[in-house]
Design a protein around this ligand. Structure first.
Ligand code: MF3
Ligand code: CO
Ligand code: CO
Length: 267
């Protein structure tokens, strides 16, 4: 397997899938409130994807090698959960931070994006800062993307900002090429060295999805076989976009009316 370069027709399908994934996050935003369970959020998103958008929720029954089939239609990772949180019957409470990760399949093409939500608006200062810094990490990574740059430039920019802010980068999970398949080459590490890794070429499409911990980088997997938590139970945040390498730079495919604006990332 190698990195697939998408044709203009394929890129147009990826634009549609990316926008639809982002619109699921727009749709669910008003429902992320104290008292709602992540299983309820999963059900609402599932029905929206299937009934309103005519999409397939990519996570449902997804079973990469070594994993049992994923049981739900979205991932919902709360507080010290890093990623792949399986929605369940626990209610969100004021001050929780939660990542909702949406992947749709439209016409055979995947769009993958996630955002952080602060439940009930007032969270501790550390939680808010972690969410903000992680969002800056995502966009600092995106800012590196253009033909001739390489994936190591993306990872370096993310790691530098996370660690300069006193946080750590999860190593075990990375961004990924995406298209007809949920997870394709290349692996997009969120750490690394400038000038290393595959060169970027127009027509490549991949995700950038840094997972940043307030404490140490180490993670553990819960007995459900999916949910990843920080080993030290410190808070973790993640934001994700799907991006296209264009002839001149980058196009973010997972934008929508409700997507938060890019942050100020000047040094
Ligand atoms: N959406 C996740 C990603 O960004 C993958 C989730 S796999 C699942 O790559 F099975 F847990 F849904
Ligand atoms: Co992804
Ligand atoms: Co995702």
């Amino acid at each position: 397997m190698s990195i697939v370069i998408k044709t203009p027709e394929e890129i147009e399908k990826m634009r549609v899938a990316g926008r639809l994934a982002a619109e699921v996050l727009d749709f669910i935003t008003p429902h992320v409130k104290p008292g709602v369970t992540t299983a309820e959020l999963d059900r609402l998103c599932h029905d929206y994807m299937v009934d309103a958008q005519g999409c397939i929720p990519a996570p449902l029954h997804y079973a990469p090698p070594g994993y049992k089939p994923y049981p739900k239609s979205i991932c919902a990772s709360v507080n010290h959960q890093v990623c792949h949180g399986v929605p369940g019957d626990k209610a969100l409470k004021k001050g929780d931070i939660v990542n909702l990760d949406i992947t749709v399949i439209k016409d055979g093409w995947h769009g993958d994006t996630s955002r952080m939500f602060i439940v009930g608006a007032d969270a501790a200062i550390l939680a808010r800062r972690l969410c903000a810094v992680t969002y800056e990490c995502l966009w600092r990574g995106i800012a590196q993307v253009r033909p001739g740059a390489c994936l190591g430039d993306v990872g370096y920019a993310i790691q530098r900002h996370a660690e300069a802010s006193g946080f750590s980068v999860v190593r075990e999970f990375c961004g990924h090429g995406i298209g007809r398949h949920f997870h394709e080459e290349p692996q997009v590490l969120h750490y690394g060295n400038r000038g290393s890794g595959p060169a970027l070429r127009p027509g490549m499409i991949f995700t950038i999805e840094p997972m940043i911990n307030a404490g140490k980088a180490a993670i553990s997997e819960l007995p459900d076989g999916w949910t990843i938590v920080t080993r030290d139970r410190s808070l973790s945040a993640q934001w994700e976009h799907t991006v296209l390498v264009t002839d001149t730079g980058v196009e973010v495919l997972t934008l929508s009316a409700g997507a938060p604006p890019p942050p100020d990332i000047r040094d």
